[in-house]
Each structure stands twice: as structure tokens, then as C-alpha cells.
Design a protein around this ligand. Structure first.
Ligand SMILES: *Cc1c(COP(=O)(O)O)cnc(C)c1O
Length: 453
């Protein structure tokens, strides 16, 4: 499989090259040059073991690794999940299902992408013999999942910036209590945007970037998207045969990575009628799918913080396919977004998508309703998936995090304070973190001192 840039002004590359590059040289994102057809193998009511399914799907997108290597990568990435099914489908009602994506090491769906990314970095380092330094900014789940994908691996040190006092205690402990020598969690005074800006500055500094062989873990990483397509197939295969038509996947959405992975799975043949883009009060994508107008505003902090975004970084991949691969059209649109913060698509066809929006009070109501009606607890992100469900459809809601990661909101909604043994054991561990001044110079000096060279 070859990969092309959404802006079509960069050479086609292989999967390992696309993975190593991150962003294409023309500023675009890599997408597969064609989408493979899986439909002959798809049967509902007959799930395959998750790692085997992951091998089948990933081999279609990566024919540069040997089949046995893909097997090792998938097996290593998904064998440490705590549920036998890796991504179990729970039935709440006749036509209502929840796909639990929170049984990985950091209890959010981000583990599906970042466990694989960690193993791919390890493979790259082993082959090139070049150590790397990974740098990222996080508002919580991404940083902890990336850290757990890379902790203890040879030839890579990981530096994660986060806004001090603005992530949850559990999210912080997941990053600071790993006891791994190659992990550097860095709290900074400021917001997530400040942390993000520092990271962007350092990636923009060519000299520093090559000096420390800087690598990224951000949400545009191609391997993350492909890894996430697998669980849509797995969900379909777990559906009872008489519930496998008129399927709607409901996806709590921020950066549009997860729902884009689902759309890709449907293009591969997973029968699905609709994708529901479930947003919180940061409703830029809700507005877009209802009006065709994409208008950036200010981030407003909500009970579902991992969906608090105003720039949906994977959106460019969707634009590329919606414009039938017209790189020039994508370039113009992205330029317009950059210059004005807005985009308007005339005669916009929303295709297989519909969108919902859930306010903070509605998040609490939905958690309470699900608990009372189904005796099941959902986290605040997943709660957005329960908004405006189509009663006629067979609905699969993606549960993106374990409720125990957000005990305060759950307690407020239900009176119950959820716990998880993987989190409780972090209480005992020593926290290691490195307070730095929020300046380019301070972070650079720290990385030059502590990076692997
Ligand atoms: C990251 C995240 C989301 C949003 O996913 P995107 O791929 O950015 O759309 C939703 N829920 C949780 C718990 C997350 O960590």
C-alpha cells in the first residue's frame, strides 16, 4: 500500500515512511492511496480474536513489514488488555449496544492507537539504529496512553508537556507513576494551548529537531487511525446476526480521529448506515455537519475534557475524501481555515454522517439515565453518545474511557464513586515529574540534557 498527502504536493511513500514522517512535507496528512475491500470476510455473530483481526486489517495497509512482524506488532499491542475480548460489545437493550474501548493499560480508547505506535517506534529504532526523542503536549488521555506505549522501550525517551493543575489527578498519576527511566512528564504553568504552542515551536526549529531526532505522538499519526479502524470490524462481528442491519455507530468526537477511522472501516465494507459525530458543548463539528459551515471559536472547558477542541486535526483527511481526492481543493480549504478560522462548503453533502451536541447538564442527565435504566455507568465522554439516539436503528455507542477516570462527575450524577484497581494501585507509587519554565529555551535545554542521543 502506498500513501499520498491530502494536499497532493508530496511524493507517495510506504507505510514505514508515512509513519516516520508524521506530517507530509507539503503540510498535508497521509492517507492510503486506495481503500482495500474486506466485505467478503465480514460476518456478524462470529467474532475473531482481536489480535488476529488486527493482523488481517493492518497487513492490508502495511505490506512493507513481513507478515510475521505485523503479527508480533499486533500481538504485543493488544495482548495486555484486561478483557479477553479486547473490545467487548455489551448489549444494553434490544437494539442498543456499547463497544467498550477502555480495557487497555490507561483505560481509554487511545491505547488502541498508541500501543501500536509504541511498538512501531521500537521496530523503527531497531532497524535504523537511530535513537529518537518523542515530544508531545497533552490535556490528559493522549499523554498517558503514549507514555504507556513507550515506557521502558530501548532507544527512545518521551517528554510530555501538560498544563499544571488542569488535568485530573488520575491522568497525572498515569503519567508520573510509571517508574520507567525513559519517561519525562513536564507540568508547565499555563493552559493546554500554551503546552501545544511550545511543542509546535520546537518542531519548527529545524536545527533542534534534527539534533535530538524529534518524533511526534499527535492525533494525526496514520498508525493511530488505522489501528482504530479494526475495532469497528470487531464490533460488527460481535453484533447478533438479526441486529446487523441499519447500524449506527455513535462516536464521542474531538479531533475527528476515531470517527474517521470508523468511516474508513465502512469504506472497507463494514455495513453501517450512519456515523453519529457526538460533540460536547464545543460544537464546531456539530455545526459543520448541520450547516456545512466550519467556524472556529474559543475552547470552553467541559465535563468531557478530551473532546474540548476547536481544531479537529483529522478533519483534513475527511475533506480529502469528500472532495474525491482533489488535493488542490483541500489546499485551498485548509488555507482558508488558516487565514480566517472558518470554512464554508457550498452544497455540502453530509453523506453517512449526522451530528449531536451534549451540554454539561445533559452529560449529567445521560449518565444518570443510563445508570437508572440499564444499571450501567458511562464516563462523561461516552455520555455524549446517548444524546438523540435513533430508536429505529441498531445503535453501537463507542465507550471511549472507563468511568473511574472521572469519579467526580460520575459521583455528581449518580451518587456512586467508581473505582478501578489499575488506578488504585497508582496511589502507592512515587510520582516523578519535572517542573520547567514554559519557554522554548527551558524545554530545549532539558531535552538536550536528558534526551537519548
Ligand atoms: C480523545 C478522546 C475522545 C475524542 O476522540 P477523537 O479521536 O479526538 O475524536 C473522546 N473520548 C475520550 C475519552 C478521549 O480520550
Amino acid at each position: 500500500m502506498r500513501y499520498v498527502s491530502t494536499r497532493k504536493q508530496a511524493p507517495e511513500v510506504s507505510f514505514p515512511e508515512a509513519f516516520a514522517n508524521g506530517l507530509a512535507p507539503d503540510g498535508g496528512l497521509y492517507v492510503p492511496a486506495e481503500i482495500p475491500d474486506l466485505s467478503p470476510d465480514l460476518v456478524s455473530g462470529d467474532p475473531e480474536p482481536y489480535p488476529a483481526l488486527a493482523v488481517e486489517v493492518l497487513s492490508l495497509f502495511d505490506n512493507d513489514h513481513e507478515a510475521s512482524e505485523v503479527f508480533k506488532l499486533a500481538d504485543r499491542s493488544y495482548s495486555n488488555f484486561s478483557d479477553m475480548a479486547t473490545a467487548p460489545l455489551r448489549q444494553l437493550d434490544e437494539n442498543l449496544f456499547v463497544l467498550e474501548l477502555f480495557h487497555g493499560p490507561t483505560l481509554s480508547f487511545k491505547d488502541f492507537g498508541l500501543q501500536l505506535v509504541g511498538n512501531l517506534f521500537e521496530d523503527q529504532i531497531r532497524k535504523t539504529q537511530d535513537p529518537i526523542n518523542v515530544l508531545g503536549a497533552t490535556s490528559g488521555d493522549t499523554g498517558s496512553a503514549a507514555i504507556h506505549g513507550l515506557a521502558g522501550k530501548e532507544g527512545v525517551n518521551v517528554f510530555v508537556l501538560y498544563p499544571k493543575g488542569r488535568i485530573s489527578e488520575w491522568q497525572e498519576r498515569q503519567m508520573t507513576c510509571t517508574e520507567a527511566k525513559n519517561i519525562y512528564p513536564i507540568p508547565i504553568d499555563g493552559t493546554f494551548d500554551d503546552a501545544q504552542r511550545l511543542v509546535k515551536d520546537l518542531f519548527g526549529d529545524e536545527e533542534f529537531r534534527s539534533q535530538v531526532r524529534l518524533s511526534a505522538i499527535n492525533s494525526i499519526n496514520l498508525a493511530r487511525v488505522l489501528a482504530q479502524s479494526v475495532y469497528y470490524l470487531h464490533a460488527f462481528m460481535q453484533l447478533p446476526a438479526d441486529r446487523s442491519d441499519n447500524v449506527e455507530f455513535v462516536v464521542p468526537t474531538g479531533n475527528f480521529g476515531n470517527v474517521f477511522a470508523g468511516w474508513l472501516a465502512s469504506e472497507m465494507g463494514v455495513p453501517c448506515n450512519k456515523f453519529v459525530v457526538a460533540t460536547n458543548q464545543n460544537d464546531i463539528l456539530y455545526n459543520f455537519f448541520n450547516t456545512g459551515v466550519y467556524k472556529q471559536g474559543k475552547v470552553s472547558p467541559s465535563f468531557a475534557p478530551s473532546m474540548d477542541i476547536q481544531v479537529a486535526s483529522n478533519f483534513e483527511r475527511f475533506l480529502y475524501f469528500s472532495q474525491d481526492g482533489d488535493g488542490e481543493a483541500v489546499r485551498k480549504m485548509m488555507q482558508q481555515v488558516r487565514e480566517t478560522g472558518n470554512l464554508e462548503i457550498p452544497n455540502f453533502d453530509r453523506g453517512a454522517f449526522r451530528a449531536t451536541r451534549t451540554s454539561d447538564p445533559e452529560i449529567l442527565e445521560n449518565i444518570k439515565m443510563v445508570h437508572e435504566k440499564y444499571d450501567y455507568i458511562v464516563d462523561p465522554h461516552t455520555a455524549c453518545g446517548f444524546q438523540d439516539i435513533d430508536p429505529e436503528a441498531n445503535t453501537v455507542i463507542l465507550a471511549t474511557a472507563d468511568p473511574a477516570k472521572f469519579p467526580d462527575v460520575i459521583e455528581r450524577a449518580t451518587g456512586i464513586r467508581p473505582k478501578h484497581p489499575a488506578l488504585e494501585q497508582l496511589r502507592e507509587k512515587r510520582q516523578v515529574r519535572y517542573d520547567l519554565e514554559p519557554t522554548d529555551e527551558a524545554v530545549k535545554a532539558f531535552m538536550l540534557l536528558n534526551g537519548t542521543m
